[in-house]
Design a protein around this ligand. Structure first.
Ligand code: ADE
Ligand code: ZN
Length: 318
């Protein structure tokens, strides 16, 4: 199986439903409504997805829970051939943005990741993520958590959540704080917002990567600008199709973006929610666009170059 570099994975969003169900049972929590009859996550649209995501996450209550989650997630990723996973970690869920508690969660996640690396060879690095619909004030506290733990393991800062509320510039303070702490920057944009949302993320936050960014395709001048400036898109086609952004794989713009010279990479976002894995993303891209190992190697090389890790780590996973 081809070794894969993944740049866009939400730790909570990668939680297998059976794992979350097990935690809920242990804690006597009733969250049955978020599962369908087959035990899969059930949601109607993106906004409902965010609610289900937060309900599932409410079962994760301690650093130990996060250690177990990290193990479960990395096992799934490694089974798909992933050798490097840049993973979004959220102080909003890990210790309610209290710096002391955040450090404890991080320590537990890191120990689990180190063990997975020793046993399965998969490397995890963290991107601390603020959540747009929780607002700029909480994002500031999140940025302070990020700055406090920035280093060779926490390598980036990001923004996820509901793109329909607020604007990138509302989070400028947080991104400046993270940048000053030496963190690299990415933001979700151009998923539920159009081309202007992508422009604003690049110009108002100074990000070098965009989470999704696919709706840039609605403005070809922007597509050319992204290509020229070397902005990397963390494209998650299976996520976009499952959430109804595009009706099917054939309609997804990743092929057009790639053909026009944009630096695209492939990730899963929240794999069990979208019934996907990295192996499945590659299979669907092969089936839909006839992409072969030559294209996949090029995508992996782009992802390797765009990874936020240090040079030693990059050399190890290359
Ligand atoms: N958080 C988890 N998955 C997300 C997505 N696809 N868009 C925005 N925020 C998210
Ligand atoms: Zn995402």
């Amino acid at each position: 199986m081809m070794p894969k570099i993944e740049l866009h994975l939400h730790l909570e969003g990668a939680a297998p439903p059976a794992f979350i169900r097990g935690l809920a049972k242990e804690k006597h929590m009733d969250i049955d409504g978020i599962f369908d009859a087959r035990g899969h996550y059930r949601y109607k649209d993106f906004w409902d997805f965010l609610k289900v995501y937060e309900a599932a996450t409410s079962t994760l209550k301690s650093p130990e829970d996060y250690a177990r989650l990290t193990r479960a997630v990395l096992e799934e990723s490694a089974a798909s051939g992933v050798v490097y996973s840049e993973t979004f970690l959220s102080p909003d869920f890990c210790g309610n943005r209290d710096i002391g508690a955040w450090r404890e969660y991080l320590q537990a996640i890191r120990e689990a990741a180190d063990q997975a690396e020793r046993e399965m060879g998969i490397v995890l690095r963290g991107i601390v993520t603020s959540i747009r619909h929780f607002g700029p004030e909480k994002a500031r506290e999140t940025a302070l958590c990020a700055a406090d733990t920035a280093g060779d393991w926490i390598v980036g800062f990001g923004l996820a959540g509901d793109e329909a509320v607020l604007a990138p510039k509302d989070f400028a303070w947080s991104f400046d704080c993270a940048r000053e702490a030496g963190l690299r920057l990415t933001a979700h944009a151009g998923e539920w917002g159009g081309p202007q949302s992508v422009r604003d993320a690049v110009n108002d936050l100074g990000v070098e990567r965009i989470g999704h960014g696919v709706r840039a395709i609605e403005d070809l001048a922007l597509v050319d600008e992204l290509a020229e400036r070397g902005i990397v898109l963390e494209v998650c086609p299976g996520s976009n199709v499952a959430l109804g952004l595009y009706p099917d794989w054939r309609s997804h713009p990743i092929g057009q973006l790639y053909d026009r010279g944009v630096k695209v990479t492939v990730s899963t976002d929240d794999p069990p929610f979208f019934h996907t894995t990295m192996a499945r993303e590659f299979e669907e891209l092969h089936r839909t666009f006839d992409w072969d190992d030559g294209v996949f190697s090029a995508l992996n090389r782009t992802a390797l170059d765009a990874a936020f890790c240090d040079a030693d780590t990059r050399a190890r996973i290359a």
